[in-house]
Design a protein around this ligand. Sequence first.
Ligand SMILES: Nc1ncnc2c1ncn2[C@@H]1O[C@H](COP(=O)(O)OP(=O)(O)OP(=O)(O)O)[C@@H](O)[C@H]1O
Ligand SMILES: [Mg+2]
Length: 243
Amino acid sequence: MTVVERLSFKGFSRSNNGQTRFAGQPYKLLLVANPKGGVGKSSLSVLLTAFSGLERVLFADIDPQQSTKLAFEAMFGEEATSNSLLEITNLGDIEKVIRKVAGQPKRTILIDTPAGMTPDAIAKQPLVSLLLVPVSSSAVEMRATFNFISGLLAKNYTVPILIVPNKIDDNSDLLRIIAEFGKLPCMLATPIPYDKNIEKLLAEQQFPGQLSDLRKAAFPLIRSINNAIKSPHLPASNLRQID
Ligand SMILES: Nc1ncnc2c1ncn2[C@@H]1O[C@H](COP(=O)(O)OP(=O)(O)OP(=O)(O)O)[C@@H](O)[C@H]1O
Ligand SMILES: [Mg+2]
């Protein structure tokens, strides 16, 4: 496949293989967002980081509740957490972070956002590599999430969107999500099952489990995220399953 730049903006570029660069240097910025509270934004952030380890990820928790940061402290300790923490408090600082990180060995950036972010605020950030939108199969969560994604698309959002089914118990949960989002030009990740370790970690900031268990749980998800980044060219419509 020929790689062509399909977005070029103030030194930033996105190729048709999904790679984002600044001044020619690659970076990967994963933004986790959904205005609906409690859908699993922080849980997803924790799972992704548990897999890669804080030595390979820089993260920002722009939620004043700081539950992702606290969960990282429970898993990795305070020192490792503070070494990987990007001290930004709003999305307007994304550009600053990318300038600093592009081309560095630790060039994966993960940003967890709070509930209540509007499509407008998210759409103002076109330099994101992949937008991750967790959602469970609850009707209320799916409706709010559908409205959020529709709002982004109405603003001609150029960042590829990966919907991440969360708290999935069985096939019927997944089928409900496919039915709800089936007509959107988005990608669908391998689902995150309901997981007691994640529940405890986020709800109580305690981590009684083994990191290796979380890593195992995260593996299929990491693979679908990597594949989603590599293939952001979407069909004109319709949800696409990415394994
Ligand atoms: N896969 C999962 N398995 C079990 N419990 C989960 C899972 N994902 C989320 N939870 C539970 O749901 C709650 C909400 O999840 P989380 O805090 O990740 O959502 P959020 O979208 O970050 O919420 P907020 O909008 O308040 O930041 C957590 O306290 C956690 O206990
Ligand atoms: Mg959260």
